[in-house]
Each structure stands twice: as structure tokens, then as C-alpha cells.
Design a protein around this ligand. Structure first.
Ligand code: C2E
Ligand code: CA
Ligand code: CA
Length: 777
């Protein structure tokens, strides 16, 4: 029994599932609303038709049936129907403000009322049936059929109610007609069955279509809303957007920003913002055919382009708009006026590759050009490294603005010579320039270098009253002979330049491999000197007497550094002092000499002063006075016995600070001598700037005194000046009796030179040095 029950339950469940599959419940707010709206339109009509038909039926039965069936029951049904009719008519059409619960309730009520009213009308007709003759009974059958069909038609969008009607009215009518035992009525029952079944299926299909229709409408509405939202967004975007109709190449959409941009450049285009839509896109391109070829082919998109339009630059980004299936709908153009951005970009690019002061290509750009020239199959060119002589002096003494003005003039002059020769000029930095001459001919490079030196040596006008003069030295390297690498080529031109500077400035030198050897040697020597200073090995201080010209008494001794290199032997100070100066070792070396000299001088019985040379690099740092004080304190030498010799060049660089250092020495009662007088620059100006205690006339004047009257004149002028200022004047480099006679005649107060004694060590150093080495020292 239980098994049977279970089977039955299973069957019922399967039937329910099948029914569900056949009549899936309509869900969703949209569907419910559509159904509700359909009912509220059709149900009133249904009541009107039903009541009209009922009263027509009453007309057929009025004479034969009792009043309860012809008046009371139809009136009751009419009242119910009219109440419902009014209720539906007065019910507001449901919009989004309605609650889904309300609809559900209305549907349930409709379902219940459909069942009740169908039953009511069916029972009424069943009760009427026996009173009528065959014709009247046929009317009932007709009434039942048309009422069922009308009701089902009106409830077509409310499937459940329609099915109730089909089930109740259909089965009731068929039952009634079959029970009448009349063959025609039996046939009519079959008709009714067919029609009701057909209508049921139709209702089902209608209903499914209805649900689908609602769904489609819902989706299309949502799509339309989304499109409108997107369009609003595009319209308000701060980016200019346009779309093009591929059929006739016209612009079919342009957002607000597009139109505003167009207003800004309306003078440049044959189109106004108001008439933009419908205008051919060709107006945006000088070559419309080319533009069309890009726009029509989505494989060429996205495409970016910059267009120059008068003074303005437009940037266009064209992308392909595709539909879901991947079909090309047309191009979308986003565009902007980017004139300012492009200008800024160009300026930044220019700044990255040019020197702002002179407008010449800078080091980076020159390197790029060198690399490009060297990367070719046959690189053939000369590189000229130009360095100004005496520029630093002008820059330091007259100020940076004057320096800048001169550099600008230098750049102009360089270009005026280089451009006609097909050469490129660039500024490497400071007062260094480079020239690329695209020929491998060294002769031509030398000629160009000489022309450059000449043109740069011409006076520079600063204003109506002031003019200055500078020089230039040039180093030349040749590609590919000297290097195939830009760095090496530049460094070899630099080596040639250093050689040019060493050999007296304002000359041009072509690189030769031996120069590199010199550079390497300098590097090695620097390392050895550093080592010697650290270990205090091989460095000696020699002394050369300075005598009073009248009494022939030694007034002072000049301390001169000597270096005995372990492998090279004695190295001349003229060779290693510049290396010490360039490498910064000069401060340690100076300190070494100063300490030694002070200690040695303490032991001298004749109380002569000791003169110590100080390099330009030691001056102007504010440390000289402290160093001197420490040496004096350590040795116990009275400051009056120390003399510091400085050359004029020491005052050129940091003049103010340099003179401050010298004043500090004077304050300590240390004497200060001006060395190598006559070889420097505007000597008299320096004599006025600081009250030197001694002037040392350079040996070159003394030596040439006998043969060159101009040299004798210099010696005389300095001696006279010394007398007037009350300053001692020393003639250096006195080698012979003649020299002595001449300088005595010219009026110098002291003398120094081989004639009176070569520089010698304090103690004999034969023990540690071979004899011939000492002589050469
Ligand atoms: P300076 O200061 O002018 O030194 C005088 C130079 O003339 C010395 O050369 C000396 O030996 C040389 N001399 C002296 N009398 C005669 C002569 O009659 N005939 C010739 N032909 N030469 C003579 P030295 O010692 O070779 O020094 C060269 C330069 O090196 C010095 O020139 C000085 O500028 C520098 N120097 C030497 N020692 C030092 C030092 O301790 N510190 C610094 N900063 N420089 C030094
Ligand atoms: Ca000296
Ligand atoms: Ca000297």
C-alpha cells in the first residue's frame, strides 16, 4: 500500500514538474507589471461582454424560466460583475510606485473571483438549461462557448485564471451538453472540447510570447538607458570626441568639447562648430585620400597623428568602434589642441641638447653626434678641442655676467668661422668648446684651429669703455686614426690640448701617441710623489743664498724643494711642482718644506732669513696663516726671520681672499715677497693691492739685461719703484760678474744666483747620494 502511495507521490511530482516546465511561473517585476496592466485593460471589457451576453440569454429564457433564474440570479451576477468592473476601472494603472505585493494580491483575487464567477455563470446556465426548448438550449451552448472563449481571450496574459476558466467552463459545458442526450449537443460538446483545448494551447503560447516580449522590451529599455547614459557621459567629457559615417565620410557625432575646441580654431578650418555634424571629415586632413584609407581599415587602427594647422598643432587618436560580433561600425576620433604641450616638449628636448647660455649643442648632443659619426662605415672627421686662455681670470675678476657675455661672443665667433667650413660647434662646459670638422685632413684641421685662435684673440668689447682680451688653445684628434670611440677621441683631443697649453698657450696641437705617454708618466709620477710625501722619503730642502748687493752679506736663503726619485734619480721641481699643484699634493708638500725650512733656519748662526715658496693653490683658502704659525711654533723660529714668496698668479685667482691671507702673515710679522716679478700680468696693480716687503725680478730679465735694452729697462724700472716704495728688490739668476755689474748699475738692492752659490743641502748628503747626482741637483 505504502509502495503504491509512494509511486503515486512520485507520479504527482513528475506531473507537477512537467506542468511547471510547460507553464513556467512568470516572474520578474517587469512581467508582473505588464500582466497587471494588460488585465486592467481587458478585464473591464470582459465584464461588459459577459453581462451583455448574459442579458441577451435572459431575453431568450425570460418567457419560459422562473423569475429567480431570469431576474434574481442574473441581477446578482450583474451586481458582482459591476462592482468588479468599477474596481478595475478605478484601479490606478500601475507604475513603478506600485508594490509587487499589490499585484500579487490582485492576481490572487482575480483567480478566486474567476473561479467563483465561472462557477456562478455555469451553474446559472445549467439551471436554466431544462427550461428552454432545443433552440433556447442551443443559445445556452452558444453562450457558454463564446463566454468561455471571450473570458480566456481577456485573461490571455494571466494564464492561471485562463486555465481555470477553460477547466471549469469547458468541462461544465461539455458535461451539460453530453448529459442532454441529444446527438447534436454531443457533437457540440466535441466542438467545445476541441476549441477549448486549442484555446488553452494558444493561451499558453501567447503567454510565453508575452513573457518574452516583456523581457525583450525590458532589455531594450535598459540598453537605451545605458546608451543615453554613455552619450551623456561622452557629451560632458573634457575630451573632444567625433564619430564618422563611413558611407559618406561625414561627421555624424561630435560632443560638446569638440565643438568648443573647434570654436578656438575656427579661423584655421573651413567649418564652424554649428555645422560640424554632416560636414565631411576631409576638412581635417591635407591629404583626404590618405585619411580615408586609414579610417576605412580597422586593421590600421588605432592610429595617432599630429597635424600642424597654422600655428596650432592638433593631436588625433583614431580608434575602431566594433559591435559585439566584431563588425566594424566606424572610426571614433578623439582629438585635442596640443600646441602648448608640443612647444613645451620641443623646448625640453632643445634644453636637453643645447647649452642655454650660448645656444650651442651641449656635451650630451656633441657626444651623440660623435657617436653617430663614428658608427658610420667610414668615419672620417677631425675633432678640435678648444679651450680659452685667461678666461678664468676675467670671470673671477670682472664677474660672472661679464664672463657669460664673453662666452656668448666666443660662441658667435666660433660659429662664424665653423659654419662656412661645414663644421659643427658645441660647448662642452665652462670655457671648453668642441668642433667637429667632417674631413680627415689634419692640415685643414690645423688651418681651422689657427683661424679659431686668431678670431678668439681679437679684443672683446664689454661696453663703451671696457675691452678685454683672451686667447685660445686647441687640441686636435682625428677619426678613425686616433680612435673609433667618442670618449677616447675626445680624451685624445684633450691630451693634445694640454700639450698645447704646456707649450705656451694660443697654439694648436695635433694628438700624437707620445703625448699619451706623457700623461701616463704624469699619473705615475703623481703616485710616486704621494708615496714619497707619505713616507717622507727622497724629499730634501736645499738652500740658495740671497745677498745684500753692497755688503755682500747673506740676508736670506731661499728654500727649494728637491726630489730624489728611487728609479728616475733627481726630478726637477719645474717637472713635479705642476703635478703636485694639479693633484692637490702641493699643500702637503708646502707644509713639508715650511716645517723643514723653519727647523733648519733656527740653526743658522748668521741670523739670515729663510724664504719659502708658496704656490697659488695654497693661497686664498684661509689656512696659510695657521700653517705658518704652527711651523713657527714647532721650530721656535722668530716670525721676522721667515719670508713667504708668492708669484703674481697666486693673486689672480682668489684676489680678495689671497690678500686677506697675506695680511694675516703681515700681522704675524712674517715678510712677504713678490716672486718672478715681470713674468705675470698687470704687475703694478698687485703692488698697489698689497704692501710687499720684497720684489724678486725674474732671472730671465737679468740674464738678457746685457743684450736686450728692454730687459735692462724693466730691471731699472722695478729697482726705481722699489726705492720709491721702500721695498727691497732682488735680482734673480745672477750667474756672472757682468750680470752682477748690470743689476748693481740698475739699482737692485739684493742678488741671488749661481754666481754666489747654487742651492745646497744643509748637511752634506754624500752618505746617501752618489756624487754626480748631487751635482746634477
Ligand atoms: P723660483 O722660486 O723662481 O726659484 C728660483 C729658481 O731659480 C730655482 O730653480 C733655482 O735653482 C734657480 N736658480 C737660482 N739661481 C740661478 C741661476 O743663476 N741660474 C739659473 N739658471 N737658475 C737659477 P729650482 O730650484 O729648479 O726651482 C724652480 C721653481 O720651482 C722655483 O722657482 C719655484 O717656483 C718652484 N719651487 C721650488 N721649490 C719650491 C717649493 O718648495 N714650493 C713651491 N711652491 N715651489 C717651489
Ligand atoms: Ca722663489
Ligand atoms: Ca723666482
Amino acid at each position: 500500500m505504502r509502495v503504491k502511495d509512494n509511486q503515486k507521490a512520485d507520479q504527482l511530482h513528475s506531473a507537477a514538474l512537467a506542468l511547471q516546465a510547460l507553464f513556467p511561473p512568470a516572474r520578474g517585476e517587469q512581467t508582473l507589471r505588464a500582466r497587471y496592466n494588460s488585465l486592467s485593460r481587458l478585464v473591464p471589457l470582459l465584464y461588459v461582454v459577459l453581462l451583455a451576453n448574459s442579458w441577451v440569454l435572459v431575453y431568450s429564457f425570460y418567457p419560459v424560466a422562473p423569475a429567480i433564474l431570469t431576474l434574481v440570479v442574473p441581477s446578482l451576477l450583474t451586481v458582482v460583475c459591476l462592482i468588479r468592473l468599477c474596481a478595475w476601472i478605478n484601479r490606478p494603472r500601475c507604475d513603478s510606485a506600485c508594490d509587487m505585493m499589490d499585484w500579487e494580491k490582485a492576481f490572487q483575487r482575480t483567480s478566486r473571483l474567476t473561479v467563483l464567477l465561472t462557477l456562478g455563470f455555469l451553474i446559472w446556465t445549467v439551471l436554466l438549461f431544462p427550461y428552454g426548448d432545443l433552440v433556447a438550449q442551443s443559445h445556452i451552448a452558444f453562450f457558454l462557448v463564446i463566454s468561455t472563449l471571450v473570458t480566456m481571450s481577456c485573461l490571455v496574459h494571466y494564464r492561471q485564471a485562463a486555465l481555470y476558466v477553460a477547466a471549469i467552463a469547458g468541462s461544465g459545458s461539455i458535461l451539460l451538453l453530453t448529459m442532454s442526450n441529444h446527438a447534436v449537443f454531443g457533437a457540440m460538446a466535441v466542438n467545445i472540447l476541441i476549441v477549448v483545448v486549442t484555446f488553452t494551447v494558444l493561451t499558453q503560447l501567447q503567454n510565453r510570447n508575452f513573457v518574452e516580449l516583456v523581457e525583450v522590451r525590458k532589455q531594450s529599455r535598459a540598453r537605451a538607458r545605458e546608451q543615453a547614459r554613455l552619450l551623456d557621459m561622452i557629451e560632458d567629457m573634457p575630451v573632444a570626441v567625433m564619430t564618422v559615417d563611413l558611407r559618406d565620410w561625414t561627421i555624424n557625432y561630435a560632443n560638446d568639447y569638440s565643438k568648443r575646441l573647434l570654436d578656438r580654431i575656427e579661423d584655421l578650418l573651413p567649418v564652424k562648430s554649428e555645422t560640424l555634424i554632416g560636414t565631411s571629415v576631409d576638412v581635417f586632413h591635407r591629404n583626404p585620400e590618405h585619411q580615408r584609407a586609414i579610417l576605412s581599415d580597422p586593421s590600421k587602427l588605432p592610429h595617432n597623428a599630429k597635424i600642424k594647422l597654422g600655428d596650432e598643432v592638433l593631436e588625433l587618436n583614431i580608434s575602431a568602434v566594433m559591435d559585439k560580433s566584431g563588425a566594424y561600425l566606424g572610426p571614433m576620433v578623439t582629438w585635442d589642441i596640443v600646441t602648448k604641450e608640443v612647444e613645451a616638449e620641443e623646448r625640453i628636448l632643445w634644453l636637453a641638447h643645447h647649452d642655454t647660455l650660448t645656444g650651442l649643442p651641449n656635451r650630451a648632443k656633441l657626444n651623440d653626434e660623435l657617436r653617430a659619426a663614428l658608427s658610420g662605415p667610414e668615419p672620417q672627421f677631425c675633432l678640435l678641442f678648444v679651450d680659452l686662455d685667461g678666461f678664468k681670470l676675467i670671470n673671477d675678476s670682472l664677474g660672472h655676467s661679464v664672463g657669460d657675455a664673453i662666452l656668448q661672443q666666443v660662441a658667435e665667433r666660433l660659429q662664424s668661422v665653423c659654419t662656412p667650413n661645414g663644421a659643427t660647434v658645441g660647448r662642452l662646459g665652462g670655457d671648453e668648446f668642441a668642433v667637429i670638422l667632417p674631413v680627415q685632413d689634419v692640415g685643414k684641421a690645423k688651418v681651422l684651429a689657427e683661424e679659431l685662435i686668431e678670431v678668439l684673440s681679437v679684443r672683446y668689447r664689454l661696453d663703451d669703455h671696457r675691452q678685454v682680451r683672451i686667447g685660445a688653445s686647441v687640441g686636435i684628434s682625428v677619426a678613425p686614426a686616433h680612435a673609433r670611440d667618442s670618449k677616447l677621441l675626445l680624451s685624445r683631443a684633450d691630451i693634445a690640448l694640454s700639450d698645447a697649453k704646456r707649450s705656451g698657450k694660443s697654439v694648436a696641437r695635433v694628438f700624437v701617441p707620445s703625448m699619451e705617454k706623457e700623461v701616463r708618466e704624469r699619473v705615475l709620477l703623481e703616485a710616486d710623489l704621494r708615496h714619497a710625501l707619505e713616507k717622507k722619503e727622497g724629499l730634501y730642502v736645499f738652500y740658495q743664498p740671497i745677498l745684500d748687493i753692497k755688503t755682500r752679506k747673506v740676508t736670506a736663503r731661499e728654500a727649494l724643494i728637491r726630489w730624489n726619485h728611487p728609479q728616475r734619480g733627481w726630478v726637477a721641481p719645474a717637472h713635479f711642482i705642476p703635478i703636485a699643484e694639479q693633484s692637490g699634493l702641493i699643500c702637503d708638500l708646502g707644509r713639508f718644506v715650511l716645517d723643514r725650512a723653519c727647523k733648519d733656519a733656527v740653526a743658522w748662526n748668521d741670523q739670515a732669513r729663510v724664504a719659502v715658496n708658496v704656490s697659488p693653490q695654497q693661497l686664498g683658502k684661509g689656512t696659510l696663516a695657521t700653517t705658518v704659525l704652527a711651523s713657527l711654533a714647532e721650530s721656535g723660529l722668530p716670525p721676522q726671520r721667515l719670508e713667504i714668496e708668492i708669484t703674481e698668479t697666486a693673486l689672480l685667482n682668489e684676489e680678495v681672499q689671497g690678500i686677506h691671507d697675506l695680511r694675516q702673515l703681515h700681522a704675524m710679522e712674517v715678510r712677504v715677497a713678490l716672486d718672478d716679478f715681470g713674468t705675470g700680468y698687470s704687475s703694478l696693480a698687485h703692488l698697489r693691492a698689497f704692501p710687499f716687503d720684497k720684489i724678486k725680478i725674474d732671472g730671465s730679465f737679468v740674464r738678457d739685461c746685457a743684450t736686450r735694452p728692454d730687459c735692462a729697462a724693466v730691471v731699472r724700472a722695478v729697482a726705481d719703484l722699489g726705492k720709491r716704495l721702500g721695498v727691497t728688490t732682488v735680482a734673480e739668476g745672477v750667474e756672472t760678474e757682468t750680470h752682477l755689474q748690470l743689476v748693481t748699475e740698475e739699482g737692485c738692492s739684493e742678488v741671488q744666483g749661481h754666481y754666489f752659490g747654487v742651492p745646497q743641502p744643509m748637511e752634506p748628503i754624500e752618505a746617501i747620494l752618489p756624487e754626480q747626482e748631487i751635482r746634477s741637483a
